[in-house]
Design a protein around this ligand. Sequence first.
Ligand code: FAD
Length: 450
Amino acid sequence: MAFDVDLFVIGGGSGGVRAARIAAEAGARVALAEEYRMGGTCVIRGCVPKKLFVYASAFADAFEDARGFGWTVEGARFDWPRFRAARDAEIARLEAAYRSRLAKAGVTLHDCRATVADPHRVRLADGREVSASHILIATGGWPVRPEVPGADLAITSNEVFELAGQPKSVAIVGGGYIACEFAGILNGLGTRVTQIYRGPQILRGFDDEVRAHVADAMRSRGVVLELGRDIARIEPVGAEKRIVLTNGESHVVEHVLLATGRAPNTHGLGLEAAGVALGRNGAVKVGDWSQSSVPSIYAVGDVTDRIALTPVAIREGQAFARTVFAAEPTRVDHALIATAVFTQPEIGTVGLTEAEARARGPVAIARTAFRPMLNVLAHRDERMLMKLVLEAGSERVLGVHIVGHGAGEMIQLAAVAVGMGATKADFDRTVAVHPTAAEELVTLPAPVEG
Ligand code: FAD
């Protein structure tokens, strides 16, 4: 049977764009539909605008620290609309670059919503149908709001980027990385931030020592962390909102930001009717090759609920396209994926946490917490944490956890060593780069077992 295209990609985010481009470059006839803006969550309302916000916010530290180095900094103030205009211009530039790169590769773009009509047909919002030998679902994820009265009065990470002016006060609900990053960003910019999380500690899933270290640092930077608290409802109070907790406490703030998780974006896509098996939260169930239960339909990225990170979606999109259209069977290794969390201070992590490693067998821990040189003249007490989780005996590095300035940059390279099976002796054999904070990683004290 002749199809209109070889591949139809639904979703122009990190995974979809990469898959479309690689498939087209391999000679496939490719179409892609995007219902919002090309580039997806990462470029439009995720990693990129978030990191620009982090940079903007970090100047507050720089101005404060500068005094200790002899500078007089007067009259520094943040102009939200000016920053927003600059940020939006950069995002528009990136979006245009994505668009032109796809067009250059020969991908046909449809600026509309698309759904699956059957295993080989996609229906566009205007009613047109396109037949395809393969369909790739790359529709990403969407913020989930808790089911409490007044939840619709709150904003999510989607809307926080659209705020016209800087809020005076914000209550952030959630303890995950997005909640913690926005707590740091807004606090740094001068917004009064209360972060409310129902668990006993923020950043579930990260190393416990890292979680405690970051929580302490966030508190001492001015974020009010309310742990072990759940929200009951949100009510309007004039132009503001009152967030009422289940213990009866309440806070009146300009905005409530719900960062209570994200779910795969499969609602109304027509997948079940086409026979595609969905798992937890509506995620598309896929095997190692990102193939769904329907052989002609594949899925990559956040919609599969594997590891919701941009580089993972990109890898999955690339592996799919190479496998199916370039005759290069490629599988993605989801182990040992390094990641950074742009809290203030920043986290870089790869491999097992201490608790995960202990659950597998005996471990040894090499760690240090020190005041980096930058903080001394700046009169900043904040310490940097570096920790190697080692397999007892062999001292193979199972996990590296860093908190502090540049942690995200450092972990990328540490991940190469961990992926190669490095031991603590390999780290120690490496001559230090001086004077840096990173040198502490190769001069750690002897590990403690047990
Ligand atoms: P997406 O990028 O979400 O793209 C999906 C696209 O599909 C969207 O553009 C959507 O409009 C479109 N779409 C959906 N349904 C349809 C349809 N029916 N028809 C047409 N189009 C459709 N990751 C990191 O690695 N580092 C970070 O620092 C980081 N920070 C983040 C910060 C925030 C606030 C958020 C929300 C996410 C962050 N992420 C980060 C995660 C990262 O953005 C995602 O993992 C990544 O974007 C997933 O790519 P994707 O291709 O699966 O989906």
